[in-house]
Design a protein around this ligand. Structure first.
Ligand code: ME8
Length: 519
């Protein structure tokens, strides 16, 4: 049986449009699923929307409509956006899906029956933006650190999950599996949250009285209450693969990878493992945490209103170019800044100049000096062997970087192969060699080496830039080059057959001139 791979994005709130932050997480997940498919693994990618809770009710009330109508409108918007941008997810889950409600209720009942849920009075400061009670550390000058708004004081009788009972187990598990939460500094943050000084408290309020909020999943053991939105939302990762007894659950849960932003580290690093432990389910394989996209040094967010829309980026620059920028620019785990001049500089340097140039020079010269057919290579010289070795090295570097969640390094490595091939072309000068009787017989080998390097590049790029990769294959006369073949065979040097009809085509990524608007 082939190996399996399961990747999830957070399920996004249905209170506003998709922006650069959601797009980044979703693109990383899509890239990982594509890469693992390229290795011949059985993959499942889950994304979707988080539709319950006060936040959605608030939007519905503001607009004079129902939460259901708001949720459906935005769920469709997210789904349509990912479809248009070519995100290859396997399921788009909505927390209002009937199978999800059943799974949430069965888990609530299980935890209740195990005696881990208690009923009592609680008073605290609640942030509707976060959908949770805040601690002192979550606030600056009386405002929520993330949402920059004042929390409300709330007191009510509720049900509490005794997650503190699992804290010492969780801390030991994290210590024993140091790469469960990665990169490392987020692991340390979770360990700090679990320490007594953090003030986190071991009780998680998991209910909301219907008299205040009836937009949610009803508690199976008390119909006066609905489930707290985070307890409901996290369970989507189980519903998505058929918990508790679907065969997909068995295949995919042990190899699950969550991708999240650092804003939701606490629910994923603390609440979720405790919930899983309480129901006797294993932890996901990794919790992968990335930083924030900032604009003018402030987090891009719905509540701050400083959004960067993926559709607008698609219209202006093409989605592949934007996708490249996101994956290449952000060091996974750290914050990054977005600006259009930075985006344009990246596109011009890496895609128009480096990759675009290699494609156009190679295919133009194959047209001119080899009748447009992939030439047959002669015996390789030293320079050809360097390219072949570079391709092999880059293939293994990309594997290492992708598996360790360093997309930026993987792309840097691929750009290194393109760069080396451009330099090789300069060295061999086929445009001059073709006219020099002493060197003319080198030309087929030179052009083959460039075509083959482009093929390997297209294989490696296919998870990152699927459309661009497809276009390169097509120009090299290869149809669906990825069908029925997998890594590492796919990148084995010499895989490109001589005689294939190539095609020049327009520039892959035209250079973008900087205008006053984009400055
Ligand atoms: O938190 N930079 O949904 P959400 C990078 N429904 N990524 C960002 C970002 C930014 N500036 N802003 C948002 C929720 N994101 C819950 C999740 S999961 C069971 C429930 C991304 O719509 C990032 O992935 O607020 C972040 O974790 C997520 O969007 C939050 O999306």
């Amino acid at each position: 049986m082939s190996e399996a791979f399961y990747v999830t994005t957070p399920i996004y709130y249905v209170n506003a449009e998709p922006h650069i932050g959601h797009t980044y997480t979703t693109v990383v997940a899509d890239m990982l699923a594509r890469y693992h498919r390229l290795k011949g693994e059985t993959c499942f990618m889950l994304t979707g929307t988080d539709e319950h809770g006060d936040k959605i009710l608030e939007v519905a009330q503001e607009r004079g409509t129902t939460p259901d109508a708001v949720a459906t409108e935005y769920a469709q918007l997210f789904k349509k956006t990912w479809d248009q941008l070519g995100i290859d997810y396997d399921r788009f889950i909505r927390t209002t899906d009937p199978d999800h409600r059943l799974v949430v209720q069965s888990i609530l009942q299980k935890v209740y029956d195990a005696g881990e849920i208690e009923f009592k009075e609680y008073e605290g400061l609640y942030c509707v933006g976060c959908e949770r009670f805040l601690t002192d550390r979550d606030m600056v000058d009386g405002l929520c650190r993330d949402h920059e708004r004042a929390p409300e004081s709330r007191s009510e009788s509720n049900y509490f999950f005794n997650m503190g009972a699992h804290f010492s187990w969780l801390a030991e598990t994290i210590e024993a599996h140091p790469d469960f939460i990665r990169p490392e500094h987020y692991r340390n943050e979770v360990l700090a949250m679990l320490s007594e000084e953090s003030g986190l408290g071991g009780e998680l309020c998991i209910s909301r009285p219907k008299e205040r909020l009836d937009w949610g999943i009803e508690l199976p053991f008390d119909n006066r209450y609905v489930c707290y939105v985070w307890f409901d939302a996290l369970i989507n990762y189980l519903t998505g693969v058929g918990y508790p007894d679907g065969s997909e659950f068995e295949t995919f849960w042990p190899v699950s990878e969550h991708i999240i932003g650092k804003d939701i580290l606490k629910p994923h690093g603390v609440f979720w493992p405790c919930m899983l432990h309480a129901i006797g389910a294993p932890l996901p394989r990794h919790l992968n945490v990335h930083g924030f996209w900032n604009l003018d040094n402030r987090k891009v967010s719905k509540s701050l209103g400083n959004l960067v829309s993926p559709q607008v980026m698609d219209e202006r620059y093409g989605f592949e170019a934007f996708r490249y920028f996101l994956l290449r620019e952000m060091v996974f785990g750290q914050d990054s800044s977005f600006s259009e001049p930075l985006l344009i500089a990246r596109i011009n340097a890496d895609l128009a100049n480096n990759l675009g140039n290699l494609v156009s020079r190679t295919l133009n010269m194959t047209g001119r000096f080899a009748d447009g057919l992939v030439p047959r290579a002669g015996a390789p010289g030293e320079a050809e062997l360097v390219i072949e070795e570079t391709a092999a090295r880059v293939t293994s570097e990309v594997d290492e970087h992708v598996l360790s969640l360093r997309p930026q390094r993987a792309l840097e490595s691929i750009m290194g192969l393109i760069d080396a091939t451009n330099r090789y072309l300069e060295l061999r000068e086929p445009w001059k060699a073709a006219k020099d009787p002493e060197r003319a017989d080198q030309v087929p080998t030179t052009l083959y080496t460039c075509c083959e390097s482009l093929r390997v590049t297209a294989v490696l790029l296919s998870a990152f830039l699927p459309q661009t990769s497809h276009e390169i294959f097509s120009r090299l006369g290869l149809g669906n080059a990825l069908e029925g073949a997998f890594l590492p065979e796919l990148t084995r040097w010499g895989g490109l057959e001589a005689g294939l009809p190539t095609r020049k085509g327009p520039p892959l990524f035209p250079r973008i001139e900087v205008t006053e608007d984009s400055k």
